[in-house]
Design a protein around this ligand. Structure first.
Ligand code: FE2
Ligand code: FE2
Length: 475
């Protein structure tokens, strides 16, 4: 095997070149990573040169470079945000103690589990999105898909770095397993439900990057508070990239809405069949996609009451979103929080110990953030004079995890019986016909500056390039 100069090939600020053990571990893992990319990464993309952002430092003024590169030659960097030698743990039972530079023995199993669970989502989304390049609505969108894919690959590297550096043999085995599980696989699926769902079309992709990448934002934000300093510093840097993924989702859905509203105005109709006949996606279908992706994503936060969540917080492994900005005691003992339950067919609130409800706290923070963007989508409709509005469903709608799992609920939050659910679920969740219709629009449009008929062009290009820039050279 030829030796690769990793410190050159992998931009990093972790002294990769000086750590022989780490270097050897990465030398073992890297070829398997490339095989994984070739096998289940973006379909048919090997020869393409893509105008990509590559992280080259953590300097907020200039952390990335742009240029055309082949994706399998992407320089998957490893970056930790700058450290503070005096950083203190600022929540939980160890509050006020010095942050950990290595893994304390008693927290090893839990930390490993947290890192593996986060790490598992990164390659999963690349697998989920692997066929989308074949039906891109434009070269601009194709480039954005690939940008997200390589950055999820880099996030996998970030988690594998932590496993290799801090968890010895167990860590190396977990790093291998991250390449072996596969999204949607019967025998060896990804760890979390939403990451085994299909992302069959570009409307699903935009909803996924809006909602599910935002789950990433909240999980990473909670981990960025961790007492385990290398995890905190790694996840902080990952958040820099995550912002673009959510931008792709938010602006993608906005552009779909813009085009739909335009067609509705041109045809003077709100009849979904006429909107479809004119080649745009009707608002009902968009709402049903939203309902699905929203409900599947809020399940990712886990059970509303969880003793693990309490342990992770009290032992300093995982904080709350923006822990540092909160004004309570950061220990939370004796405090309570409201969660939902269904009693005799009625949805009721009940107070439970806050430490046990921290999954729910994070879910509620996510919900606030999600709703803000949906209001921005509604501005697009408002501006176009279309009276319909999108809304997020009730948080008890279509849940599979926690106390609300399996409860039949309308999107407005009314408990419904089996009969009503069966009769109306086609109004609430995407139907096979919806998927078939959206699929029928997914032709490949990749001439520079051209866009598929169901989506409006973006306002501007990437990195101040024109919209009709050659973002992908097919070679
Ligand atoms: Fe990620
Ligand atoms: Fe992401």
């Amino acid at each position: 095997m030829s030796t690769i100069n990793y410190s050159e090939k992998i931009p990093n600020n972790v002294n990769l070149g000086e750590d022989r053990t780490l270097q050897r571990a990465l030398e073992g893992w890297q070829p398997n990573f490339v095989n994984w990319w070739d096998d289940v990464g973006p379909d048919g993309s090997t020869a393409y040169e893509v105008y990509l952002r590559t992280a080259v430092s953590v300097d907020p003024q200039g952390w990335a470079q742009f240029g055309h590169v082949k994706m399998r030659d992407y320089r998957w960097g490893i970056f930790l945000n700058p450290g503070d030698a005096n950083r203190e743990i600022h929540f939980g039972d160890h509050k006020g103690e010095r942050a950990w530079q290595d893994v304390p023995g008693e927290h090893r199993a839990n930390l490993r589990r947290i890192i593996v669970t986060q790490g598992d989502t990164e390659p999963a989304s690349v697998e989920q999105q692997r066929h989308l390049g074949l039906t891109a609505p434009s070269m601009y969108d194709l480039r954005n898909l690939y940008q997200i894919n390589v950055e999820e690959g880099r996030h996998l590297w970030a988690m594998v770095y932590l496993l290799h550096k801090h968890f010895g043999r167990d860590g190396r085995e977990e790093a291998e397993a991250l390449l072996q599980r596969q999204s949607g696989d019967q025998d060896n699926p990804r760890i979390l439900g939403a990451f085994n769902e299909k992302t069959p079309d570009w409307l699903a992709f935009f909803m996924f990057t809006y909602f599910t990448d935002r789950d990433g934002k909240f999980q990473l934000s909670a981990l960025a508070e961790s007492a385990f300093d290398p995890l905190a510093r790694t996840t902080k840097f990952m958040l820099t990239e995550e912002a673009h993924h959510m931008f792709v989702g938010e602006s993608g859905v906005s552009r779909v809405l813009q085009r739909t509203a335009q067609v509705m105005n041109e045809q003077k109709t709100d009849d979904p069949q006429k909107v479809r006949a004119a080649g745009a996606i009707d608002l009902g279908t968009i709402q049903r996609y939203l309902n699905f992706h929203y409900s599947v994503t809020i399940d990712l936060f886990g059970a509303d009451q969880s003793s693990n969540a309490a342990t992770f917080y009290s032992s300093g492994l995982k904080g709350r979103y923006e822990e540092g900005k909160r004004t309570d005691d950061h220990v939370l003992k004796g405090q309570t929080y409201k969660v939902l339950e269904v009693v005799d067919g009625q949805l009721l609130e009940k107070e439970v110990p806050m430490l046990n409800a921290l999954n729910e706290v994070l879910r509620d923070d996510f919900i606030k953030d999600s709703v803000a963007g949906v209001q921005r989508w509604n501005k697009v409709l408002e501006k176009a004079g279309v009276p319909t509005r999108l809304v997020v469903p009730h948080k008890a709608f279509n849940r599979q995890i926690g106390a609300l799992a399996g409860i039949k609920m309308s999107p407005e939050g009314r408990v419904v019986n089996e009969q009503e659910w069966t009769a109306r679920k086609n109004e609430w969740l995407p139907t096979p016909e919806d998927f078939a219709f959206v699929a029928s629009l997914m032709g490949r449009v990749v001439d520079p500056g051209k866009f598929a008929g169901w989506i409006a062009p973006p306002v501007m290009g990437i990195n101040r390039q024109p919209v009709d820039f050659e973002y992908v050279r097919f070679g």
